[in-house]
Design a protein around this ligand. Structure first.
Ligand code: MN
Length: 193
């Protein structure tokens, strides 16, 4: 078994004008495909892990039998595979409000508005490539943080709930240096809240 590039649950132009067709096409077909292929190349050497989900391997990275070099490679490439697979599922042309998540977010951050402000400010403040995450930790507590490169919340045993890709490849064709505008517009296609 090897990992497959997941199909997007919408057309490439479905998130216009917030996320443009060309960027989404390249992001999915080129960038995500490359993470997928490179992840498979790393794991080819470990047939005993063939049935493991990528998220489980990430959660168990230090103990799953990969060499140190391959642990780092999987953290980067496998992280890219996992993070993008998740990212496509939390954006959509149609809102599907998750009322229990909304309640949790309101309890933790005061209001959806305040949560969005905090998340956006954190994303804008991130230096370099990476991601901003809303996650649920092992104690079922919501946490908001940034990760560098393709580091995944699964590394810490956290479950992602919402994330934004801050790599330039996810916005540069349309937004160039205007990362804040990309983040603000991205909220329009976030499905759950
Ligand atoms: Mn990306």
């Amino acid at each position: 078994m090897s990992y497959q590039l997941p199909q997007l649950p919408y057309a490439y132009d479905a998130l216009e004008p917030y996320l443009d067709k060309q960027t989404l096409e390249i992001h999915h077909q080129k960038h995500h495909q490359a993470y997928t292929d490179k992840t498979n190349a790393i794991l080819e050497k470990y047939p005993q892990l063939a049935e493991q989900k990528a998220e489980e391997l990430m959660q168990n990275l230090l103990a799953c039998g990969l060499t140190e070099a391959d642990q780092l490679a999987f953290r980067n490439q496998g992280g890219g595979y996992i993070n993008h697979s998740f990212f496509w599922t939390i954006i959509s042309p149609k809102k599907e409000i998750d009322s229990s998540l909304v309640k949790e977010v309101e309890a933790k951050f005061g209001s959806i508005e305040l949560f969005k402000e905090k998340f956006t400010a954190l994303a804008i403040s991130h230096f370099g490539s990476g991601w901003t995450w809303l996650v649920r930790d092992q104690n079922s507590t919501l946490q908001l943080y940034n990760t560098a490169n393709q580091d995944s919340p699964y590394l810490q045993g956290h479950t992602p709930l919402i994330c934004i890709d801050l790599w330039e490849h996810s916005y540069y064709l349309k937004y160039q240096n205007r990362r804040a505008e990309y983040i603000t517009n991205w909220w329009s296609v976030v499905k759950s809240i």
